[in-house]
Design a protein around this ligand. Structure first.
Ligand code: IPE
Ligand code: IPE
Ligand code: MG
Length: 249
């Protein structure tokens, strides 16, 4: 991969990715949708290699949403197997050797089979001290569920209403130590968020790509990062030297 066009001083710390288009990729080839998920797992591995090569700190990928349980049972079962067996078990050594730290984000509720939680915990445990890219797999993840869970956490702590601020809420989100995504990528030509990281993407740069996820390679990740580097981030300011911290002057 040719990294010469990248500005090392303007690297995103955290890239979030909605891996979409597996089903359409398979259907276009006359294959069952499940084959798209299998091919999507390969694509994820290549993207992870790209993240490591680029020196990305955090890559968070949307693997299964709180809404994806609505899919036909056999597709759900296949997806769980791809994530737990292929990614978490077969690939975990490869990812470990690459220095990747594997993590999970999402709701650990009754819908997630215990054996899946065990595989996820094992992969996280094996790789917890790695210093390379942190690959967070969002599984049974919903942005609204995460915000609700954070609110419940605050209430359980007995925090008074007047003490609830953004920092307090953030402490109860699933990954309080991870910076917000700088860059949000969605593949497959769909222009929506689909309940991914709603709170965290408040100021992310959004990049939508037409490529279907199984065709995604590290070069596409690079392309998205280059697009990110061409953007001007303002966070509400103008870019003028007279911008300030927003406190009354
Ligand atoms: C993304 O691909 C994988 C998951 C949502 C788990 P899809 O399965 O949504 O593929 P399309 O969008 O139907 O093509
Ligand atoms: C988002 O894709 C979820 C994942 C990629 C895991 P979907 O395919 O489920 O999203 P919608 O239904 O098109 O919005
Ligand atoms: Mg989809």
């Amino acid at each position: 991969m040719d990294l010469s066009g990248l500005d090392p001083k303007r690297m995103p710390r955290h890239v979030a990715c909605v891996m979409d288009g597996n089903g359409r990729w398979a259907t276009r080839q006359g294959l069952p949708r499940t084959e798209g998920h299998r091919a999507g797992e390969e694509a994820l591995l290549d993207a992870a290699k790209g993240a490591v090569e680029m020196g990305l700190e955090y890559l968070t990928v949307y693997a299964f949403s709180t809404e994806n349980w609505r899919r036909p049972q056999d597709e759900v079962r296949f997806l769980l197997n791809v994530i737990a067996d292929d990614l978490m078990t077969r690939r975990r050594n490869e990812l470990h050797e690459m220095g990747v730290r594997i993590r999970f984000t999402g709701r650990r509720d009754w819908r997630v089979p215990k054996w899946i939680l065990r595989r996820m915990d094992d992969a996280a445990e094996l790789t917890r001290d790695n210093k390379g890219t942190t690959l967070t797999v969002a599984f049974n993840y919903g942005g609204r569920a995460e915000i609700l869970d954070a609110v419940r956490g605050l209430l359980a702590e007995g925090v008074r209403g007047a003490k609830v601020d953004e920092r307090a809420l953030r402490r109860h989100m699933y990954q309080p130590d991870v910076p917000d995504p700088d860059l949000f990528v969605r593949t497959s030509g769909e222009y929506r968020i689909s309940n991914f990281l709603l709170w965290e993407i408040a100021y992310s740069e959004l990049v939508f790509m037409d490529v279907l996820w199984p065709d995604f390679r590290r070069e596409h990740l690079l392309e998205a990062v280059l697009e990110y580097q061409s953007r001007e981030r303002r966070f509400g300011r103008t870019g003028d030297v007279r911008d300030h911290d927003g406190l009354p002057g």
